[in-house]
Design a protein around this ligand. Structure first.
Ligand SMILES: C[S@@+](CC[C@H](N)C(=O)[O-])C[C@H]1O[C@@H](n2cnc3c(N)ncnc32)[C@H](O)[C@@H]1O
Length: 242
């Protein structure tokens, strides 16, 4: 029987890993595909998917572009599910367990780094410092992250932070400031209207053998929060260059 792995005290991340939810970011894999259309990826491109989860984006980039892809995630259950995916589809994607706050990869290795709904869960300045270090000169960093439109009331902010296990919830400008402080340039932002709840593609699931009963409530609680804070809780895609 698997034990619950508490990562950063986020029951939401426990739920995602035990249910093996793919495309666990706003817009899902549909939005991921749209984002990469405008990037110059080819067979020799080296790409790091930070917080790769079950590896859906990493697999897509390896299959569609023939790129050399690495997936990094801190959660051993996610790692196992990402590895299963690569084995199933016979994809030469490296899946590595580690934290983006301090990771075991070499400097200036990657042409592209993507983080889809990951930075919100970690120490952001530390993770961004690592991402900057890992990117080649002129490399591209793409992040799809939870963003708040305006300030939340204290109680609301606490409710969201506690449920997702976040240390802060940032506005678009807060994110841009952090990216600039980490050294990134040419920062562009976009968001697909109308909201975080729409434009979503259906996720796939890779269920664990044992799932704690309390985790069955979490998906509903996640949607309740999304509905409750619709219009305020949102996301942005940030595209920047080292
Ligand atoms: C919301 S999920 C998104 C997963 C994937 N990017 C996707 O879109 O399906 C966040 C992921 O970040 C991972 N994660 C959390 N903290 C991390 C850290 N410090 N380093 C690497 N991955 C981390 C979690 O294990 C989880 O797989």
């Amino acid at each position: 029987m698997e034990k619950v792995v508490v990562i950063g005290a986020s029951i939401y991340l426990d739920f995602l890993s035990k249910f093996g939810v793919s495309g666990a970011h706003p817009g899902g894999i549909k939005l991921t595909k749209k984002i990469f259309v405008n990037e110059k990826i080819n067979k020799s491109s080296r790409i790091l998917d930070v917080g790769c989860g079950t590896g859906q984006t990493a697999a897509y980039l390896a299959t569609s572009y023939g790129a050399k892809v690495t997936g990094l995630d801190i959660n051993p259950i996610m790692i196992e599910k990402a590895k299963n995916r690569m084995t199933k589809y016979q994809l030469p994607v490296d899946i590595i367990q580690g934290s983006i706050e301090k990771c075991p990869l070499k400097d200036s290795e990657y042409d592209f780094i993507i983080s889809e709904s990951v930075l919100s869960f970690v120490n952001k300045p530390r993770a961004l410092k690592e991402i900057f270090r890992l990117l080649k000169h002129d490399g591209r960093f793409i992040a799809n992250e939870l963003t708040v439109n305006g300030r939340l009331r204290v109680n609301s902010e606490e409710e969201i932070k506690q449920f997702y296990g976040l240390d802060s919830i940032l506005t678009e400008n807060d994110w841009i400031t952090l990216f600039q402080q980490a050294g990134f340039k040419n920062i562009k932002t976009f968001m697909r209207k109308p909201s975080i709840l729409q434009n979503h593609s259906m996720p796939e699931f890779q269920f664990s053998e044992y799932i704690e009963p309390e985790l069955y409530e979490i998906m509903q609680q996640h949607f309740n929060i999304m509905v409750k804070y619709q219009g305020t809780l949102d996301y942005r895609v940030f595209l920047c260059t080292k």
